[in-house]
Structure formats: structure tokens, C-alpha cells
Ligand binder design. Structure first.
Ligand SMILES: Cc1ncc(COP(=O)(O)O)c(C=O)c1O
Length: 419
């Protein structure tokens, strides 16, 4: 066990008394592995928080950052000022994105992107003379970060509640995350004339790795189009390769009004997020009589973050990492299927290089995670007692197998002790 050292640090989503007696302090990363202060080497099963797609410790990314910082650490993109890296990355991402002729608004991360998209959706209907369209819909069990809007649209109630109101921003509502008929009913009850946007993760992450049920996302897409509801696709986890396509929107044939990105765009080497915006949303802000969108962050288009993102995307291309994810998907699916009969497993779920192992609610999931970590395989428990599998794209076949074997062993050992 590590010595309590974190002192003044208030950790995120943490029960601080537990953290202070039993922290896992990470001091180094290399490839698919992280190293604790005590010298333990752990396979990074979760890619940190779903972000370390090209793996840790890449010298070329550190060198890119150093060079950019020597040249220009950053310069803002407010008003007439822009910087070359923000322009170049926007161009590149616009070319890659599954939206025709989009614009890209940079942010500092996923929650920032959620805030921006929700604000832009509300503004959109004000500009278009539909002033009652205020409600933002989100899915049961949704996670969209923890800023004001992300907290308000959280479908994981512990993240949304506790502030004395149902949601911090008043006009939000939850819809079914699997049954499109039920979503239709909710839309009819609220009235499309009151709904600004619907936000959805193509594969729900923190909610427990929930791939969409058949036809569900396509149904959302149609429902939104038919009712003048903006469709915001949150690809903060799935963007840049995680489902075996550059964007999950391609995999599921979605035509979003806004796509949110973060995490994988830099593989976590710099904080960066963005919103990729379709022309029907950006048009009023460009050209004659344009409106000004009163939004922006000091670090929107941070030059070093953008330079690192450009290099990160180059690495992904050079090493064929999206194809690698597509190749690993069947192995992950088959491997999880093979362990699905292990006592204590309720269900296994996969999509691309994302896996969830849902355990019986009687099982102490944190104990199972501890056992995995003890065996050298990092682990995190998500909603509904689900173990998160989201390794770096450079993971080998053997490492992937090791993760699945370790989970099965940890579960057996935990059940033996509990018996
Ligand atoms: C789907 C989704 N949206 C938004 C966010 C928030 O991103 P960030 O933590 O970078 O603010 C996350 C973070 O995990 C996420 O999974």
C-alpha cells in the first residue's frame, strides 16, 4: 500500500477518506503500461479515463510539444486573432469528420464541448425564431462530463442530483436509452416545439459500456430530423478510432448536427476538446449579417494542444491504429464470450475496443478490481457493477487475453472468499 501523500489534493469523484488511506499513485507510463510509486507495473486496461489511445510515453509527442512551446506556446482565437495550429487541426478534423463542410470550435476538454454544444443549441432556436425550444434531452445512464450542462443532462442520477433541483439548468429531461418507442412518447409529451436538442453517446461509456440496441441510434436520428431537434452526438470516448472507425457516427450511419470530441484527439497528451458543427448550425454566424456567438475559452485552439493532436493523428495513421482496433474487436468479443459463463458474470458487452463485464450486484466489484490490480492489470468499476475494458490501441493479442483471464480469475477468487 502507498503512503498517504496527496496532502492538499482533492481528487475527482472520490470518497476522500478512502483515497487518503489507499491511493494508487501513478508516476510513469510506457506503452500500454503505467507504473505506481511503489514500482508496480500495471497494464492500463482503461487507457486512463478512456484517453491513452496511442499508449503512454511517446517521445515524438513530447518533442512536438516542446518544439511548439519554444515557437509559440499558444495564442488565443478570440476576435481577429487566430493561431496556425488551431487552423490546421480544424481543417484536418473537418476533412475527417462524417459531417459535410463542418466548422470546428475548439475547447479544453469533453465537458467544455458539452457546454458549448448545449449553449449553441439553445442559441440556434432563438436565432431561428422558435423561442420555446429550450429543453435538452439526454439518455438514462448518460455521462456527458460534469460542467453545468453536463451535470444537468446526466442520466446517472447521483451525478445530477444533490443541488436542490432536478437539474442545475432547469429544462432538461431523460429519455429511454434503448427503446425508441418510449423516446417517441417522451418527445410527444414534452412537445417538439419545446425541445432544442438531444444529446447521446453512440456507445454509452461511464453508464456501463452499453452499445446501442438495434435501430435505436438510427431512430433517434430520424426522430430529431422529423421534429426539428438538434442531434448532438457525444463522441468524447468513441471519436478517433475507439469503435474501429474514425468516428462511431460512421459506424452507425449518423448525420449529426454536432459531434463532440476530446480525449483521443491528443490521446491525453494535452487537454483538448472540440465541437464539429454542421452548416445548418454554423451558417447564421458566417457570411452577411452574421451573429456573434458569445462563447470561447482562453485555451480554445491552444496551439501546443493542437500541434500535439496533429502529431497524434499522424501516429494513428502511420501505425494503422484504427485498423488495429477493428482487428482486435472480434478477439475482445470472443474472449469475453468465453468467460461469460464464469460465476458472477451477468452480461458481457463489446463494441470496437470497448468492453464491459457486468457482475452480479451481490459481488463486491471494488474487491474484484483490487484483485485485478494486485495481479498487474489496472481496473475500474463503472455503473451497474461493470468492469471497464478500454485498452490502448497498441495492445497486443496476448495482453488482451491476459485482461480477460485476469478478470475471470479475480471473480473466481472473490466468490471463493465470499462463499
Ligand atoms: C461521453 C463523455 N462526454 C463527456 C465527457 C467529459 O469529458 P472531460 O472529462 O474531458 O471533461 C466524458 C468523460 O469521460 C465522456 O465520457
Amino acid at each position: 500500500m502507498s503512503i498517504a501523500r496527496q496532502g492538499a489534493l482533492w481528487s475527482a469523484q472520490a470518497h476522500m477518506p478512502t483515497v487518503s488511506i489507499d491511493p494508487i499513485e501513478i508516476v510513469r507510463g510506457e506503452g500500454s503500461y503505467i507504473f505506481t510509486r511503489d514500482g508496480q507495473r500495471l497494464f492500463d486496461t482503461t487507457s486512463g479515463l478512456w484517453h491513452a489511445n496511442v499508449g503512454h510515453g511517446r517521445r515524438e509527442l513530447a518533442q512536438t510539444a516542446a518544439l511548439q512551446m519554444e515557437t509559440l506556446e499558444t495564442y488565443h482565437v478570440f476576435g481577429r486573432f487566430v493561431n496556425d495550429k488551431a487552423i490546421a487541426l480544424a481543417e484536418q478534423v473537418a476533412d475527417m469528420a462524417p459531417i459535410d463542410d463542418p466548422k470546428v470550435f475548439w475547447t479544453s476538454g469533453g465537458s467544455d464541448s458539452v457546454d458549448l454544444a448545449c449553449k449553441l443549441a439553445l442559441r440556434h432556436w432563438q436565432i431561428h425564431g422558435k423561442p420555446t425550444k429550450h429543453v435538452i434531452l439526454s439518455r438514462d445512464k448518460a455521462y456527458h462530463g460534469l460542467h453545468g450542462f453536463g451535470t444537468s443532462v446526466a442520466g446517472l442520477e447521483p451525478n445530477r442530483l444533490g443541488y436542490g433541483v432536478d437539474s442545475i439548468f432547469p429544462l432538461t429531461a431523460r429519455v429511454s436509452n434503448s427503446d425508441i418507442e418510449s423516446v417517441r412518447q417522451t418527445v410527444a409529451e414534452i412537445g417538439a416545439e419545446n425541445i432544442a436538442a438531444l444529446i447521446a453517446e453512440p456507445v454509452m461509456g461511464t453508464g456501463g459500456v452499453l452499445p446501442p440496441t438495434s435501430g435505436y441510434l438510427e431512430g433517434l436520428q430520424q426522430l430529431c430530423r422529423a421534429n426539428d431537434i438538434l442531434f448532438i452526438v457525444d463522441e468524447v470516448i468513441t471519436g478517433f478510432g475507439r469503435t474501429g472507425r474514425m468516428f462511431a457516427s460512421e459506424r452507425f450511419g449518423l448525420d449529426a448536427d454536432m459531434i463532440l470530441v476530446a480525449k483521443g484527439i491528443t490521446s491525453g497528451y494535452m487537454p483538448l476538446g472540440g465541437v464539429i458543427i454542421a452548416s445548418r448550425v454554423w451558417a447564421p454566424y458566417f457570411g452577411e449579417g452574421a451573429e456573434v456567438f458569445r462563447h470561447g475559452l482562453t485555451y480554445s485552439g491552444h496551439a501546443t494542444a493542437c500541434a500535439v493532436a496533429i502529431r497524434n493523428l499522424q501516429i494513428m495513421e502511420d501505425e494503422g491504429l484504427v485498423e488495429r482496433v477493428a482487428a482486435l474487436e472480434p478477439q475482445l468479443a470472443a474472449g469475453l464470450n468465453a468467460i461469460s459463463n464464469t460465476p458472477g458474470i451477468v452480461e458481457v458487452r463489446t463494441c470496437g475496443l470497448l468492453g464491459g463485464v457486468q457482475m452480479d450486484p451481490q459481488i463486491n466489484g471494488e474487491n474484484v478490481a483490487r484483485r485485478c490490480i494486485g495481479a498487474g492489470v489496472s481496473m475500474r468499476v463503472l455503473t451497474d457493477n461493470t468492469l471497464q475494458i478500454c485498452p490502448p490501441f497498441i495492445t497486443t493479442d496476448d495482453e488482451l487475453q491476459l485482461v480477460m483471464d485476469t478478470i475471470a480469475d479475480a471473480l473466481r477468487a472473490e466468490l471463493q472468499v465470499a462463499a
